[in-house]
Design a protein around this ligand. Structure first.
Ligand code: GSY
Length: 169
């Protein structure tokens, strides 16, 4: 079994349902055991900023799948939950990004591990620090919680813990 961290994001309603459905679908697979999930955070869009705020979170799983097989499984769940790749970096029902696969480093046409932008994204580092504060990202000599402290204050302030207010949200 391999320890893996996956980031989830959604900015099309019902955002929270998309995140929870994706976790259920991952956890249903015999090859995946869900260990931990972070809180849900509401986050300001990064990159293409003319879009709605996201809900983001990170989960820790153990899996017997290879990194490439796990990518296929994540993409199948994105498809099942209605993800359409219309605008690059644009709105999405649900996005599943493999962040870390044990200490593995790999780069193929379809998958780069560690995720190439995770170390600079507050919407990834803040939830990751909640469930794995002492983890070190392969290639970096600092823990995730140290990396959060080093983020610009404005980036950290754009990531706020969120909870559903009613059952239909
Ligand atoms: O790669 C993730 C998609 N994405 C996000 C996201 O999940 N959250 C925030 N806050 N901004 C984002 N920009 C992109 S692209």
């Amino acid at each position: 079994m391999t320890r893996v961290y996956i980031a989830l994001g959604s900015n099309i309603e019902p955002r929270y349902n998309y995140l929870m459905d994706a976790i259920l679908l991952l956890g249903e697979q015999e090859t995946i055991t869900l260990n931990k999930q972070s809180s849900v955070y509401e986050t300001k869009p990064v990159g293409y900023t003319e879009q709605a705020d996201f809900l983001n979170m990170v989960i820790e799983i153990d899996t017997s799948l290879s990194a490439s097989q796990l990518l296929v499984a994540c993409q199948a769940i994105e498809q099942q939950l209605g993800r359409k790749r219309e605008i690059r970096f644009g709105p999405r029902t649900v996005d599943l990004d493999i962040l870390l696969y044990r200490q593995k480093q790999m780069e193929t046409k379809r998958l780069t591990i560690p995720h190439p932008r995770m170390h600079e994204r507050a919407f990834v580092l803040v939830p990751l620090a909640e469930i794995a504060p002492d983890l070190k990202i392969t290639g970096f000599n600092r823990t995730v919680s140290e990396m959060v402290k080093d983020l610009p204050a404005a980036d950290r302030q754009g990531v706020v813990k969120w909870a559903p207010t009613d059952i239909s949200d």
